[in-house]
Design a protein around this ligand. Sequence first.
Ligand SMILES: Cc1ncc(COP(=O)(O)O)c(C=O)c1O
Length: 411
Amino acid sequence: MTTREEAARLDAAGPATGWRERFALPEGVVYLDGNSLGALPVGVADRLVRVATHEWGRDLITSWNPTAAGGDWISLARRVGMRIAPLIGAAPGDVHVGDSTSVSLFKTMVAALRLRPGRRVLVVEPSTFPTDGYVAAGVARLTGAELRWCDPADPAASLDDDVALLSLTHVDFRTGAMYDLPGLSAAAHEAGALVQWDLCHSTGAVPVDLTAAGADLAVGCSYKYLNGGPGAPAFTWVAPALQPDLDQPVQGWMGHASPFAMQRDYEPADGMRRMASGTPPVLALSALDAALDAFDGVTVADLRAVSLSLTDLFIRLVADRLPDVEIVTPREHERRGSQVSLRHADAYGIVQALIARGVVGDFRDPDIARFGFAPLYVRHVDVLDAVDHLVAVLEAGEHRDPRYAVRSTVT
Ligand SMILES: Cc1ncc(COP(=O)(O)O)c(C=O)c1O
């Protein structure tokens, strides 16, 4: 059994030394929900105040161009994309930032179908995050494509000559299980299909090398492990070889080759800038830009090492101390992301009772309690505390308190 002293030693000796201080976390809270909403990095609040008061309030519209205070809002999305690129194995100019993940999925799915005109099937995994399936169904309805649900245990089995795109989520939001990104990318290519990866639960915690894997398209949000704040804009990546033929459906002025020429006819910009549609969300992008400072000098390999050490410890302690609780997350390192999910009939009550004790995880219908281990700020001592509280909740039956029977809108 790991003692608190041993856990504290692991925190002090590991590569994570100094990472947690980059976040403004409330005292006494064990935050295990960075897989849903990342914590607030220090520097973000000041940046938002500065952008609001100096750039917007004082410099007004001149801030679209470079100013003494900073400004240069027009290139902000591209600059933020350049900072996300190394986290996903992308070249700096190949990441567009600006829409929600859902809208990004719509644009990339339609674009992918247009890149494979002789094929009409879109393969999606049925237990993926709902928005991926909803958007795919909408795209199928709009384009006349066929939506084919694959077997989650074997997505490649659904590939054939008709498949234009295999669209998968790298790390599952419910279970934390991770797909073999290079292997399934290769399988899609063997069938002549394109492959798209939803990296919402990967980026910032799990190594991803889209270039080495030969992937074609990817999207991901920035409010989870990237800590960009609630509703922070998502990113889109498309392999450089596909960009010249990329034809996305929401062709707007910001994706035009010369937006300020105000021409009547649409002419797409070169490269990933054509993925833009409308005016970029400058305040949200500014928050995300400041949040990415938390990754300065941090390698993805170190993030992964810390993440695995934390999740290994949590899994081991839960298995030892709560043998009746089902751990649904795979034990093998190569098959899991940075969260651990537990199945329990009273999962909602358990999560609420833990939150009341200052241990924040979340619940996913029907019976999953999720615990995210954001390696930038979760420590081994937090893992110990969380499991102590979990054991105490279950032993005392706190999760059966009638207060926790009523579900909030957001669980
Ligand atoms: C895998 C996955 N895709 C997409 C989303 C959400 O998309 P959006 O940014 O449009 O809300 C989530 C949100 O948790 C997610 O987990």
